[in-house]
Design a protein around this ligand. Structure first.
Ligand code: IPM
Ligand code: MG
Length: 358
């Protein structure tokens, strides 16, 4: 077996965490006799610096004929000035669109060893195991017009939230299928009391639900969901929502898991080719210090094995190795606890490889 994986380390802590994800993939490949073809390309601020383009043609070319993409993070404070025409994040949005990965799966499971790492009460967190399915290539992130102007001396700006029913339908199917494999409960999150897009979203989700009579569907307004997520997180199984709501709710949900550094994601489209990335950002203030948490990326690599390479047993082995390392008391700085051993990025990667049972 042979797998062609494009690596997009990106900016800030991206290269450090991707290196650990690669370490784990190489260990799996070696144990399974799989030939790994790794190809590194540019994305984000580093791509702007080298080519002037946050998503250069060479990157687009590479992703069009690989099995999967493993990404780190994009973003650099150098590009914070809102007047700049080119920004690293445009590269990431363009990448998602180019790959057609409309369904972003963000699992949030509270690992028993990390019950006390969160700022939330352990009794609230205990048993939390949910997945957010975030629509990723539509809505206000991509809608046109998206522009600024000046009229009568007043600056104005507009972003457009637009959804086509086929965009809602296809991501709803992903969420229903996932719910079917889990506890068969789906919460669709919208703002149907205010937004036209949300009213259509709800209509289409209700139509798709007809095909999944075994799945219990509930609708929840996004503000109420923000509250319920930290009040009773164990009530959720699969959460389906549009692009921007999903962006916001998954940062919130990350706090259930103790640190945003723990959370992986898989972005999937029609085929097997997927984009895998931790949900955290480039964290420029801690870049290059060997203190970033690589577990979100390592768990993303596990999702890559599962969804793009059809290696479920190996994916589980990686996830179990992560749990074992945490259970053994090793922590990165973001989840440090008294009576635990704080380790750096590279050592955490080594520990996961050592605990791999394959
Ligand atoms: C995420 C990030 C991105 C998003 C940014 C970097 C464009 O916050 O993946 O959640 O908003 O989608
Ligand atoms: Mg985000």
């Amino acid at each position: 077996m042979r797998a062609h994986i494009v690596l997009l380390p990106g900016d800030g802590i991206g290269p450090e965490v991707v290196a650990e994800g690669v370490k784990v993939l190489k260990a799996v490949a070696q144990k399974r006799g799989m030939e790994l073809h790794l190809q590194e390309e540019l994305l984000g601020a580093c791509a702007i610096e080298r080519t002037g383009n946050p998503l250069p043609p060479a990157t687009l070319e590479a992703i069009s004929h690989c099995d999967a993409v493993l990404m780190g993070a994009v973003g650099d404070p150098k590009y914070d000035d809102p007047k700049l025409p080119v920004r690293p994040e445009q590269g990431l949005l363009g990448l998602r669109k180019a790959m057609g990965v409309f369904a972003n799966l963000r699992p949030v499971a509270v690992m028993p060893a990390l019950l006390h790492a969160s700022t939330l009460k352990p009794e609230v967190l205990q048993g939390t195991d949910l997945v957010v399915v975030r629509e990723l290539t539509g809505g206000i992130y991509f809608g046109q017009p998206k522009e600024r102007g000046v009229q009568d001396g007043q600056r104005w700006a507009v972003d457009t939230m637009r959804y086509w029913e086929h965009e809602v339908r296809r991501v709803a199917h992903v969420a229903f299928r996932l719910a079917r494999q889990r506890r068969k409960k789906l919460t669709s999150v919208d703002k149907a009391n205010v937004l036209e897009c949300s009213r259509m979203w709800r209509e289409v989700v209700n139509e798709v639900a007809q095909e999944y009579p075994d799945v219990t569907l509930e609708h929840m307004l996004v503000d109420a969901c923000a509250m319920a997520l930290i009040r009773t997180p164990t009530n959720f199984d699969v959460v389906l929502t549009e692009n921007m709501f999903g962006d916001i709710l998954t940062d919130e949900a990350a706090m259930l898991a103790g640190s945003i550094g723990m959370l992986p994601s898989a972005s999937l489209g029609e085929g097997r080719r997927g984009l895998y990335e931790p949900i955290h950002g480039s964290a420029p203030t801690i870049a290059g210090k060997d203190i970033a948490n690589p577990l979100g990326t390592i768990l993303s690599a596990a999702m890559l094995l599962r969804h793009s390479l059809d290696m479920e047993a190996e994916a589980r082995a990686v996830e179990e190795a992560v749990s074992a390392v945490l259970a053994a008391g090793y922590r990165t700085a973001d989840i440090a606890e008294p009576n635990c051993t704080t380790v750096g990025t590279r050592q955490m990667g080594d520990l996961v490889v050592q605990h791999l049972k394959l």
